[in-house]
Design a protein around this ligand. Structure first.
Ligand SMILES: [Zn+2]
Length: 321
């Protein structure tokens, strides 16, 4: 995710950090936790700009650019390696060795441990000394990043300022994609499937995306029982797969929820590019919307239970008209 955009979606946290900096009250240890894709890593680098930027973290100047591109000499980062699932003891040892060397550039040193909750308790505890005493008498700021707070040892938690990163709401997630040049409807649909904007980009770029999108648009256009039979026959090969069917059900659910709250030209709609269709659907289905919502919810449950996707898809199609 773009760092400036990420900071914008978590503006309250950045403002709070800025304020702490202005009052000379930045801590020497932070723990950022929250779901994937909520901008924790980006915020770690944004926090680092507060330590070096002559303009108090403008995110624009040369110093900030060096930091945001990961090229600042005094900032060390360790994260989970691509082929691994966790931060290893070796990575922690390497980081400590790196810090034992004198830095080439003067000033505060920063280390970021992205995925501290995946490291073993022993590896986590070996970082404690790091937090406790500045290395080579150089002021040091540690930033720990975790998905699960409960997997971070309490000794680290108690020494850090802890910040929770809320999941970004659907419209803001979609906006990140729209601002990157993706069309509105695709952005909203893709971010309806994941809380992580980066993952949503992968979804849009997946070769099946346009097929799913077309199938969804066809689904909400079904008017008569005969059309639903054609629809079933045309799409059964895709939607006899559980994961594929979940995509269709998720989007149909969003559509029904919108239809349920829609009063006229409503700007609160999630699927606002389909506003006209939503209004028409509401008029046509008014008395049945709640039933359809309940039915769709129950289909999700059936899919997670033992009912095959093929049967669930059949039920959807027969009940939709
Ligand atoms: Zn700057």
């Amino acid at each position: 995710m773009d760092i400036k955009k990420a900071v914008k979606t978590q503006e309250n946290i950045f403002n709070m950090l800025k304020k702490a900096k202005a009052n000379n009250r930045l801590s020497h240890a932070y723990l950022f936790y929250g779901e994937e894709g909520t901008g924790k890593k980006e915020m770690a680098y944004a926090l680092a700009t507060l330590l070096y930027c002559p303009n108090g973290g403008c995110l624009e100047c040369d110093v900030c650019k060096t930091i945001l591109t990961g090229n600042h000499m005094n900032i060390d980062y360790i994260g989970i390696k691509e082929d691994k699932k966790l931060i290893s003891k070796e990575q922690v040892v390497e980081l400590q060795e790196e810090f034992a060397k004198t830095s080439l550039v003067e000033g505060t040193r920063v280390y970021i441990v992205d995925g501290i909750d995946t490291a073993s308790s022993a590896a986590q505890n070996s970082l404690l000394k790091f937090i406790e005493e500045p290395i080579n008498k150089t002021p040091t700021v540690g930033i720990f990043i975790a998905k699960e707070l409960s997997n971070v040892v309490s000794t680290i938690q108690s020494r850090c300022i802890i910040e929770h990163f809320n999941a970004i709401d659907h419209k803001s997630r979609a906006k990140i994609l729209i601002d990157s040049g993706y069309d509105e409807l695709s952005s909203i649909l893709a971010t309806g499937l994941t809380n992580n904007p980066d993952e949503a980009v992968d979804i849009i770029n997946n070769s099946n995306f346009e097929t799913f999108k077309a199938a969804f648009l066809d689904l909400i256009n079904i008017q008569k029982p005969k059309e639903s039979i054609y629809y079933y026959l045309n799409h059964i090969s895709i939607f006899s797969n559980q994961e594929n069917l979940k995509v269709l059900l998720t989007w149909y659910m969003l559509f029904l929820e919108d239809a349920n709250i829609c009063i006229g030209n409503d700007t609160n709609l999630i699927l606002y590019p389909l506003c006209d269709k939503i209004i028409t659907y509401r008029k046509k289905m008014e008395n049945r919307l709640r039933d359809l919502l309940e039915m769709t919810l129950s289909l999700f449950k059936k899919l997670d239970g033992n009912v095959t996707a093929k049967n669930v898809f059949h039920e959807l199609i027969t009940k939709i008209v």
